[in-house]
Design a protein around this ligand. Structure first.
Ligand SMILES: [Zn+2]
Length: 89
């Protein structure tokens, strides 16, 4: 095999081409840099969330206009009430 200089894609150190090998990421890396793919990447995790059997879109909000002054009955507090709660507050 023809030998030539190659650079590790991770650490950037110079190696010979046969000292680098391809990692699962596709990078050509040296032995200390080489990492196996984590086994959890291959774990089959069952889906716990199941879609409900039927759904319907949320209705649009309806807004009601309320005029507190002109349609109210009795005396309205239109200012901050005076007095305290008996504790000085
Ligand atoms: Zn390296």
């Amino acid at each position: 095999m023809r030998e030539y200089n190659a650079t590790c894609d991770r650490c950037g150190f110079e190696y010979k081409n046969h000292q680098l090998k391809q990692e699962w990421t596709g990078l050509m890396v040296c032995e200390p840099c080489w990492e196996p793919r984590h086994p959890q990447d291959f774990a089959k995790i069952p889906r716990t969330e199941k879609a409900p059997p039927w759904t319907r879109p949320e209705p649009t909000d309806e807004f009601v206009t309320v005029d507190y002054i002109s349609t109210s009955v009795g005396t309205q507090e239109t200012t901050i009430p005076s007095g305290d709660f008996g504790n000085g507050l």
